[in-house]
Design a protein around this ligand. Structure first.
Ligand code: SF4
Ligand code: FES
Length: 235
């Protein structure tokens, strides 16, 4: 049986969707830009980054994990929401080591693109300068924890034919980090390494021997700004 249709508004305009459809998916299909970092279309959402926070009947909720429901009033933008998103980005920048000018992902990085969109200059929070590791043991992939925002996109999507993930979290609390599963590491092909580098929204996963295949100035966000006025979410 088909799910019932629900009627709701986004920024004052009426929309219909099958019950259970996430707000982010309705917005994306309708050309409404809501910033995201951990969300991947078609993959079960985890609500890890909170960049997609919107106002739902006056309450702040993650658009990627909140299904649309009858009578819902969604607001995608307000000074408070924009400041919250800016604060989330600032936290990400101060709690990691994001050296954009020397990062191979520059121009292809969702975090950097959002920082430009939100005009991040000097974060309101103090830089933490944490000591983070770089793991270059894998022959195909470099894992730079300095740039990881713990979005879990790699864990959730980079899998083998049996559904086993190539990535996992290790450690806990503020020491938590992504690791390449040792048993799976030998199975990593060039294609899988490329998939991992592409799905990572930052430069935390980079292909070995594959830098600068796309020249500077021809990269994704150097051509189309994230959430460009034509309504295209370029991811
Ligand atoms: S390595 Fe990349 S994709 Fe994986 S959790 Fe970190 S930022 Fe996200
Ligand atoms: S995109 Fe919704 S919480 Fe990350």
């Amino acid at each position: 049986m088909n799910p019932p249709i629900v009627k709701f508004t986004i920024d004052g305009k009426e929309y219909l969707a099958a019950a259970g459809t996430y707000i982010i998916d309705v917005a994306r299909e309708s050309g409404i830009f809501i910033p995201t970092l951990c969300n991947i279309p078609g993959v079960k959402p985890r609500g890890a980054c909170r960049m997609c926070t919107v106002s739902v009947n006056g309450r702040f909720m993650a658009a990627c994990t909140t299904p649309a429901s009858d009578g819902m009033e969604v607001r995608t933008s307000s000074p408070e929401l924009e400041d919250l998103r800016r604060a989330i980005l600032e936290v990400m920048f101060v709690e990691g080591n994001h050296l954009c000018p020397v990062c191979e992902k520059s121009g292809n990085c969702d975090l950097q693109a959002l920082a430009y969109r939100y005009q991040i200059m000097v974060p309101r929070f103090p830089f933490q300068f944490p000591h983070r590791t770089i793991d270059a043991a894998n022959p195909r992939l470099v894992k730079d924890h300095n740039r990881c925002i713990l979005c879990k996109r790699c864990i959730r999507t980079v899998k083998d034919a049996k559904g086993r993930s190539f990535f996992a979290f290790r450690r806990r609390g503020h020491k938590i980090e992504i690791s390449i599963d040792h048993e799976m590491a030998d199975l990593m092909t060039d294609e899988i390494a490329g998939q991992a580098a592409d799905i990572c929204p930052t430069g935390a996963l980079l292909r070995k021997e594959g830098g600068y295949r796309i020249p500077i100035a021809e990269r994704k966000y150097e051509k189309v700004a994230i959430g460009a006025p034509d309504g295209t979410d370029t991811r």
